[in-house]
Design a protein around this ligand. Structure first.
Ligand SMILES: CC(C)(COP(=O)(O)OP(=O)(O)OC[C@H]1O[C@@H](n2cnc3c(N)ncnc32)[C@H](O)[C@@H]1OP(=O)(O)O)[C@@H](O)C(=O)NCCC(=O)NCCS
Length: 356
Protein backbone atom coordinates (compact mmCIF):
# COMPACT_ATOMS: atom_id res chain seq x y z
CA UNK A 1 0.00 0.00 0.00
CA UNK A 2 1.30 3.43 -0.90
CA UNK A 3 0.46 7.07 -0.33
CA UNK A 4 0.62 9.68 -3.09
CA UNK A 5 1.89 13.09 -1.94
CA UNK A 6 1.79 16.30 -4.00
CA UNK A 7 5.15 18.06 -4.19
CA UNK A 8 4.73 21.66 -2.99
CA UNK A 9 6.54 24.63 -4.54
CA UNK A 10 7.00 26.32 -1.14
CA UNK A 11 10.25 25.11 0.53
CA UNK A 12 8.66 25.86 3.95
CA UNK A 13 5.70 23.53 3.31
CA UNK A 14 5.62 20.40 5.57
CA UNK A 15 5.78 18.18 2.44
CA UNK A 16 8.87 19.96 1.04
CA UNK A 17 10.83 16.71 1.66
CA UNK A 18 9.14 15.33 -1.45
CA UNK A 19 11.36 17.46 -3.70
CA UNK A 20 14.40 15.50 -2.53
CA UNK A 21 12.36 12.30 -2.86
CA UNK A 22 11.56 12.89 -6.52
CA UNK A 23 15.26 13.52 -7.24
CA UNK A 24 16.21 10.34 -5.34
CA UNK A 25 13.89 8.02 -7.30
CA UNK A 26 14.69 9.69 -10.65
CA UNK A 27 18.39 9.02 -10.03
CA UNK A 28 17.69 5.33 -9.33
CA UNK A 29 15.72 4.97 -12.56
CA UNK A 30 18.38 6.79 -14.63
CA UNK A 31 21.13 4.64 -13.14
CA UNK A 32 19.23 1.50 -14.13
CA UNK A 33 18.83 2.67 -17.75
CA UNK A 34 21.95 4.72 -18.47
CA UNK A 35 24.41 3.70 -15.78
CA UNK A 36 24.86 7.38 -14.88
CA UNK A 37 23.02 10.28 -13.26
CA UNK A 38 24.16 12.91 -15.77
CA UNK A 39 20.51 13.80 -16.39
CA UNK A 40 19.64 14.14 -12.72
CA UNK A 41 17.47 17.16 -12.13
CA UNK A 42 18.67 18.53 -8.81
CA UNK A 43 16.62 19.90 -5.93
CA UNK A 44 16.83 23.64 -6.89
CA UNK A 45 15.86 22.87 -10.50
CA UNK A 46 13.02 20.63 -9.45
CA UNK A 47 11.72 23.34 -7.15
CA UNK A 48 12.08 26.01 -9.86
CA UNK A 49 10.02 23.96 -12.33
CA UNK A 50 7.10 24.11 -9.91
CA UNK A 51 6.58 27.82 -10.51
CA UNK A 52 7.40 28.51 -14.16
CA UNK A 53 5.58 31.30 -16.01
CA UNK A 54 4.88 29.41 -19.26
CA UNK A 55 4.13 25.96 -17.94
CA UNK A 56 2.31 24.61 -14.92
CA UNK A 57 4.07 21.58 -13.47
CA UNK A 58 2.57 19.20 -10.92
CA UNK A 59 4.69 16.55 -9.25
CA UNK A 60 3.58 13.59 -7.18
CA UNK A 61 5.59 11.06 -5.22
CA UNK A 62 4.63 7.57 -4.09
CA UNK A 63 5.80 6.40 -0.65
CA UNK A 64 5.04 3.28 1.38
CA UNK A 65 1.96 4.05 3.46
CA UNK A 66 2.75 6.35 6.40
CA UNK A 67 6.36 7.04 5.40
CA UNK A 68 7.47 10.66 4.94
CA UNK A 69 11.20 10.31 4.19
CA UNK A 70 12.81 11.33 0.85
CA UNK A 71 14.82 8.08 0.67
CA UNK A 72 11.68 5.96 0.94
CA UNK A 73 10.12 7.44 -2.20
CA UNK A 74 9.45 4.59 -4.64
CA UNK A 75 7.91 6.42 -7.59
CA UNK A 76 7.15 9.82 -9.02
CA UNK A 77 4.99 11.49 -11.61
CA UNK A 78 5.54 14.76 -13.43
CA UNK A 79 2.57 16.42 -15.12
CA UNK A 80 3.62 19.30 -17.36
CA UNK A 81 0.85 21.57 -18.64
CA UNK A 82 2.03 24.11 -21.25
CA UNK A 83 0.20 27.41 -20.80
CA UNK A 84 1.35 29.21 -23.97
CA UNK A 85 1.06 27.06 -27.12
CA UNK A 86 0.18 23.35 -26.94
CA UNK A 87 -2.33 24.13 -24.20
CA UNK A 88 -4.25 21.03 -25.37
CA UNK A 89 -1.35 18.76 -24.28
CA UNK A 90 -0.29 17.26 -20.96
CA UNK A 91 3.23 15.86 -20.82
CA UNK A 92 3.17 13.12 -18.19
CA UNK A 93 6.18 11.15 -16.99
CA UNK A 94 5.95 8.31 -14.52
CA UNK A 95 8.86 6.38 -13.03
CA UNK A 96 8.98 3.64 -10.41
CA UNK A 97 12.09 2.48 -8.58
CA UNK A 98 13.35 -0.77 -10.23
CA UNK A 99 12.90 -2.68 -6.94
CA UNK A 100 9.23 -1.67 -6.68
CA UNK A 101 7.80 -2.50 -10.09
CA UNK A 102 4.75 -4.64 -11.05
CA UNK A 103 2.88 -3.72 -7.87
CA UNK A 104 0.52 -1.20 -9.43
CA UNK A 105 2.51 1.87 -8.30
CA UNK A 106 3.05 3.09 -11.87
CA UNK A 107 -0.65 2.70 -12.59
CA UNK A 108 -1.64 4.59 -9.43
CA UNK A 109 0.68 7.46 -10.37
CA UNK A 110 -0.65 7.48 -13.96
CA UNK A 111 -4.25 7.57 -12.87
CA UNK A 112 -3.52 10.53 -10.59
CA UNK A 113 -1.53 12.25 -13.35
CA UNK A 114 -4.23 11.70 -15.95
CA UNK A 115 -6.87 13.06 -13.56
CA UNK A 116 -4.83 16.26 -13.22
CA UNK A 117 -4.48 16.46 -17.02
CA UNK A 118 -8.20 15.89 -17.51
CA UNK A 119 -9.11 18.51 -14.90
CA UNK A 120 -6.88 20.97 -16.76
CA UNK A 121 -8.91 20.31 -19.93
CA UNK A 122 -6.11 18.59 -21.84
CA UNK A 123 -7.07 16.24 -24.67
CA UNK A 124 -3.70 14.69 -25.56
CA UNK A 125 -1.09 13.05 -23.32
CA UNK A 126 2.52 12.74 -24.44
CA UNK A 127 5.16 10.75 -22.57
CA UNK A 128 8.58 9.25 -23.19
CA UNK A 129 10.77 6.40 -22.03
CA UNK A 130 14.50 5.67 -22.49
CA UNK A 131 16.36 2.54 -23.53
CA UNK A 132 20.03 1.67 -23.88
CA UNK A 133 21.12 0.40 -26.30
CA UNK A 134 18.78 0.64 -29.30
CA UNK A 135 17.83 -2.98 -30.10
CA UNK A 136 18.64 -4.60 -33.45
CA UNK A 137 15.76 -5.19 -35.89
CA UNK A 138 13.79 -8.36 -35.15
CA UNK A 139 10.83 -9.78 -33.29
CA UNK A 140 11.84 -8.13 -29.99
CA UNK A 141 11.92 -4.64 -31.53
CA UNK A 142 9.08 -2.17 -31.99
CA UNK A 143 9.78 -0.07 -35.08
CA UNK A 144 9.06 3.68 -35.12
CA UNK A 145 6.15 4.56 -37.43
CA UNK A 146 8.48 7.18 -38.95
CA UNK A 147 10.59 4.31 -40.33
CA UNK A 148 13.63 5.43 -38.32
CA UNK A 149 14.55 3.86 -35.00
CA UNK A 150 13.25 1.11 -32.76
CA UNK A 151 12.79 0.26 -29.10
CA UNK A 152 12.74 -3.03 -27.20
CA UNK A 153 9.30 -4.62 -27.05
CA UNK A 154 10.00 -6.64 -23.92
CA UNK A 155 10.80 -3.82 -21.55
CA UNK A 156 8.94 -2.53 -18.49
CA UNK A 157 8.29 0.90 -19.98
CA UNK A 158 7.18 -0.37 -23.42
CA UNK A 159 4.84 -2.92 -21.87
CA UNK A 160 3.46 -0.33 -19.51
CA UNK A 161 2.90 2.32 -22.20
CA UNK A 162 1.18 -0.16 -24.54
CA UNK A 163 -0.94 -1.49 -21.66
CA UNK A 164 -2.00 2.09 -20.88
CA UNK A 165 -3.18 2.76 -24.44
CA UNK A 166 -0.23 4.76 -25.77
CA UNK A 167 0.96 4.63 -29.38
CA UNK A 168 4.63 4.89 -30.33
CA UNK A 169 4.93 8.01 -32.51
CA UNK A 170 8.68 8.64 -32.80
CA UNK A 171 12.08 7.37 -31.72
CA UNK A 172 14.68 9.92 -30.65
CA UNK A 173 18.41 9.25 -30.68
CA UNK A 174 20.43 10.30 -27.65
CA UNK A 175 24.10 10.83 -28.55
CA UNK A 176 27.20 11.86 -26.64
CA UNK A 177 30.23 13.82 -27.81
CA UNK A 178 33.45 13.44 -25.84
CA UNK A 179 35.30 16.70 -25.24
CA UNK A 180 37.48 18.31 -26.32
CA UNK A 181 36.90 17.65 -30.03
CA UNK A 182 40.23 17.37 -31.84
CA UNK A 183 41.11 19.99 -34.41
CA UNK A 184 41.76 17.11 -36.81
CA UNK A 185 37.98 16.54 -36.68
CA UNK A 186 36.86 20.18 -36.64
CA UNK A 187 39.40 21.52 -39.13
CA UNK A 188 37.97 19.83 -42.25
CA UNK A 189 34.44 20.91 -41.18
CA UNK A 190 35.29 24.61 -40.88
CA UNK A 191 33.94 26.77 -43.71
CA UNK A 192 34.26 30.49 -44.29
CA UNK A 193 30.60 31.60 -44.45
CA UNK A 194 31.51 34.62 -46.58
CA UNK A 195 30.75 38.30 -45.95
CA UNK A 196 26.97 37.88 -45.60
CA UNK A 197 27.15 35.94 -42.34
CA UNK A 198 28.77 36.81 -39.01
CA UNK A 199 28.87 34.74 -35.79
CA UNK A 200 28.31 36.21 -32.30
CA UNK A 201 28.45 34.26 -29.04
CA UNK A 202 26.68 35.08 -25.79
CA UNK A 203 27.03 33.60 -22.35
CA UNK A 204 24.42 33.41 -19.56
CA UNK A 205 22.57 36.42 -20.97
CA UNK A 206 21.14 37.37 -24.34
CA UNK A 207 22.22 40.63 -25.93
CA UNK A 208 19.25 43.04 -26.00
CA UNK A 209 19.65 43.71 -29.73
CA UNK A 210 18.90 40.04 -30.58
CA UNK A 211 15.93 39.33 -28.30
CA UNK A 212 13.21 39.68 -30.96
CA UNK A 213 15.25 37.63 -33.41
CA UNK A 214 15.91 34.92 -30.84
CA UNK A 215 12.16 34.76 -30.21
CA UNK A 216 11.64 34.07 -33.93
CA UNK A 217 14.28 31.31 -33.90
CA UNK A 218 12.87 29.71 -30.74
CA UNK A 219 9.32 29.80 -32.15
CA UNK A 220 10.54 28.13 -35.34
CA UNK A 221 12.25 25.49 -33.21
CA UNK A 222 8.80 24.34 -32.07
CA UNK A 223 7.57 23.83 -35.64
CA UNK A 224 10.69 22.91 -37.63
CA UNK A 225 12.16 20.09 -35.53
CA UNK A 226 10.50 16.86 -36.73
CA UNK A 227 7.65 15.86 -34.43
CA UNK A 228 6.28 12.88 -36.41
CA UNK A 229 2.67 12.11 -35.42
CA UNK A 230 2.83 14.02 -32.14
CA UNK A 231 -0.10 16.42 -31.88
CA UNK A 232 2.02 19.52 -31.30
CA UNK A 233 1.50 23.05 -32.61
CA UNK A 234 3.56 26.24 -32.66
CA UNK A 235 4.88 27.39 -29.29
CA UNK A 236 5.14 31.17 -29.66
CA UNK A 237 8.04 33.07 -28.08
CA UNK A 238 8.48 36.82 -27.68
CA UNK A 239 11.36 38.93 -26.35
CA UNK A 240 9.98 38.89 -22.79
CA UNK A 241 9.90 35.09 -22.81
CA UNK A 242 13.49 34.94 -24.04
CA UNK A 243 14.58 37.20 -21.15
CA UNK A 244 12.49 35.21 -18.65
CA UNK A 245 14.01 31.96 -19.93
CA UNK A 246 17.56 33.26 -19.36
CA UNK A 247 16.66 34.43 -15.84
CA UNK A 248 15.05 31.07 -15.15
CA UNK A 249 18.17 29.18 -16.23
CA UNK A 250 20.39 31.34 -14.03
CA UNK A 251 18.08 30.90 -11.04
CA UNK A 252 18.26 27.12 -11.49
CA UNK A 253 22.05 27.08 -11.44
CA UNK A 254 22.31 26.47 -15.19
CA UNK A 255 24.79 28.26 -17.39
CA UNK A 256 24.35 28.61 -21.14
CA UNK A 257 26.35 29.50 -24.20
CA UNK A 258 24.72 30.47 -27.48
CA UNK A 259 26.15 31.15 -30.92
CA UNK A 260 23.99 33.14 -33.32
CA UNK A 261 24.65 33.69 -37.01
CA UNK A 262 23.75 37.18 -38.20
CA UNK A 263 22.69 37.71 -41.80
CA UNK A 264 24.66 40.92 -42.24
CA UNK A 265 22.73 42.53 -45.15
CA UNK A 266 19.41 42.36 -43.25
CA UNK A 267 20.79 42.54 -39.67
CA UNK A 268 18.59 39.57 -38.79
CA UNK A 269 19.52 36.21 -37.29
CA UNK A 270 19.71 33.28 -39.68
CA UNK A 271 20.72 30.52 -37.26
CA UNK A 272 21.62 29.67 -33.69
CA UNK A 273 22.91 26.85 -31.53
CA UNK A 274 23.06 26.74 -27.76
CA UNK A 275 24.34 24.54 -24.97
CA UNK A 276 23.30 24.51 -21.32
CA UNK A 277 25.22 23.14 -18.36
CA UNK A 278 24.49 22.49 -14.69
CA UNK A 279 26.98 24.63 -12.76
CA UNK A 280 27.35 21.99 -10.06
CA UNK A 281 28.40 19.33 -12.64
CA UNK A 282 31.47 20.67 -14.43
CA UNK A 283 31.83 17.59 -16.68
CA UNK A 284 28.33 17.67 -18.16
CA UNK A 285 26.95 19.80 -21.01
CA UNK A 286 23.61 19.51 -22.80
CA UNK A 287 23.07 20.54 -26.38
CA UNK A 288 20.01 22.78 -26.50
CA UNK A 289 18.37 24.18 -29.61
CA UNK A 290 20.04 24.36 -33.01
CA UNK A 291 18.13 25.87 -35.92
CA UNK A 292 18.74 27.46 -39.29
CA UNK A 293 15.82 29.46 -40.71
CA UNK A 294 14.44 27.82 -43.87
CA UNK A 295 15.51 30.65 -46.16
CA UNK A 296 19.14 30.28 -45.02
CA UNK A 297 19.47 26.49 -45.19
CA UNK A 298 22.03 24.76 -47.37
CA UNK A 299 24.81 27.26 -46.51
CA UNK A 300 26.50 25.27 -43.76
CA UNK A 301 25.19 27.56 -41.02
CA UNK A 302 24.13 24.72 -38.71
CA UNK A 303 27.67 23.36 -38.66
CA UNK A 304 29.06 26.91 -38.37
CA UNK A 305 26.96 27.66 -35.27
CA UNK A 306 27.78 24.33 -33.65
CA UNK A 307 31.50 24.71 -34.21
CA UNK A 308 31.32 28.27 -32.80
CA UNK A 309 29.86 26.80 -29.60
CA UNK A 310 32.52 24.07 -29.45
CA UNK A 311 35.25 26.68 -29.95
CA UNK A 312 33.92 28.89 -27.13
CA UNK A 313 33.05 26.11 -24.70
CA UNK A 314 36.53 25.37 -23.24
CA UNK A 315 36.84 29.02 -22.20
CA UNK A 316 33.56 28.80 -20.32
CA UNK A 317 33.53 25.20 -19.06
CA UNK A 318 37.18 24.08 -19.03
CA UNK A 319 36.37 20.83 -17.20
CA UNK A 320 33.58 19.81 -19.59
CA UNK A 321 33.96 16.15 -20.62
CA UNK A 322 30.86 15.43 -22.70
CA UNK A 323 27.86 16.91 -24.47
CA UNK A 324 24.55 15.06 -24.55
CA UNK A 325 22.13 15.66 -27.40
CA UNK A 326 18.75 14.31 -28.54
CA UNK A 327 17.56 14.23 -32.14
CA UNK A 328 14.65 12.57 -33.92
CA UNK A 329 15.97 9.43 -35.63
CA UNK A 330 14.47 10.73 -38.91
CA UNK A 331 16.21 14.12 -38.62
CA UNK A 332 18.87 13.19 -41.17
CA UNK A 333 20.35 16.67 -41.61
CA UNK A 334 20.93 17.34 -37.91
CA UNK A 335 22.21 13.82 -37.31
CA UNK A 336 24.66 14.14 -40.22
CA UNK A 337 26.17 17.24 -38.59
CA UNK A 338 26.37 15.55 -35.21
CA UNK A 339 27.91 12.35 -36.56
CA UNK A 340 30.51 14.41 -38.46
CA UNK A 341 31.40 16.19 -35.19
CA UNK A 342 31.91 12.82 -33.48
CA UNK A 343 28.66 12.33 -31.53
CA UNK A 344 28.05 8.62 -30.94
CA UNK A 345 24.68 7.07 -30.21
CA UNK A 346 24.18 6.12 -26.55
CA UNK A 347 20.47 5.38 -26.12
CA UNK A 348 17.04 5.97 -27.62
CA UNK A 349 13.86 7.59 -26.33
CA UNK A 350 10.35 6.53 -27.32
CA UNK A 351 7.83 9.32 -27.80
CA UNK A 352 4.39 8.07 -26.78
CA UNK A 353 0.99 9.65 -27.30
CA UNK A 354 -2.62 8.91 -26.43
CA UNK A 355 -5.88 10.80 -26.56
CA UNK A 356 -7.46 11.67 -23.25
C1 LIG B 1 6.86 2.08 -16.66
C2 LIG B 1 6.90 2.02 -15.13
C3 LIG B 1 6.55 3.41 -14.59
C4 LIG B 1 5.82 1.01 -14.65
O1 LIG B 1 5.75 1.04 -13.22
P1 LIG B 1 5.07 -0.19 -12.42
O2 LIG B 1 4.81 0.30 -11.04
O3 LIG B 1 5.88 -1.42 -12.59
O4 LIG B 1 3.67 -0.35 -13.21
P2 LIG B 1 2.41 -1.23 -12.77
O5 LIG B 1 2.77 -2.22 -11.72
O6 LIG B 1 1.31 -0.28 -12.44
O7 LIG B 1 2.08 -2.01 -14.13
C5 LIG B 1 0.92 -1.69 -14.90
C6 LIG B 1 0.84 -2.57 -16.14
O8 LIG B 1 1.92 -2.28 -17.05
C7 LIG B 1 2.31 -3.50 -17.73
N1 LIG B 1 3.71 -3.82 -17.37
C8 LIG B 1 4.55 -3.08 -16.60
N2 LIG B 1 5.77 -3.67 -16.55
C9 LIG B 1 5.69 -4.79 -17.30
C10 LIG B 1 6.61 -5.82 -17.64
N3 LIG B 1 7.87 -5.83 -17.18
N4 LIG B 1 6.19 -6.82 -18.46
C11 LIG B 1 4.93 -6.85 -18.92
N5 LIG B 1 4.01 -5.91 -18.62
C12 LIG B 1 4.38 -4.90 -17.83
C13 LIG B 1 1.36 -4.57 -17.24
O9 LIG B 1 0.24 -4.57 -18.08
C14 LIG B 1 1.03 -4.04 -15.85
O10 LIG B 1 -0.19 -4.56 -15.36
P3 LIG B 1 -0.16 -6.00 -14.58
O11 LIG B 1 0.95 -5.95 -13.57
O12 LIG B 1 -1.52 -6.06 -13.95
O13 LIG B 1 0.08 -7.03 -15.62
C15 LIG B 1 8.28 1.52 -14.62
O14 LIG B 1 8.63 0.33 -15.29
C16 LIG B 1 9.38 2.53 -14.84
O15 LIG B 1 9.60 3.38 -13.98
N6 LIG B 1 10.13 2.50 -15.99
C17 LIG B 1 11.17 3.48 -16.27
C18 LIG B 1 10.60 4.88 -16.41
C19 LIG B 1 9.78 5.06 -17.67
O16 LIG B 1 10.20 4.69 -18.75
N7 LIG B 1 8.60 5.70 -17.56
C20 LIG B 1 7.79 6.09 -18.69
C21 LIG B 1 6.80 5.03 -19.07
S1 LIG B 1 5.80 5.60 -20.46
Amino acid sequence: MIDLVHVPADPAHPDAWTVEGTVHVSDAVDLAIHGSTDFAVDVPTTRATLSEPHRKVHRLVAVPRGSREPRTVVGRAIIGLPLVGNAHVAVVYVAVHPDWRRRGIGSTLWDAGLAIARDAGRRVVISDSSYAPEPPPGPDALESPTGSGRIPLHDDATRFALARGFTLEQVVRHSVLDLPVAESVLGPLRRDPGPDYRVHTMRDEYAAEWLDQLAVLKTRMSTDAPSAGLDLTEDPWDADRVVANAADMRSRGQGFLVAVVEHVPTRTLAAFSMVEYPLDKPAVVFQGDTLVLREHRGNGLGMLAKIAVLDALPGVRPAAERIHTWNAQENAHMLAINVALGFRQASVDAEWQRAL
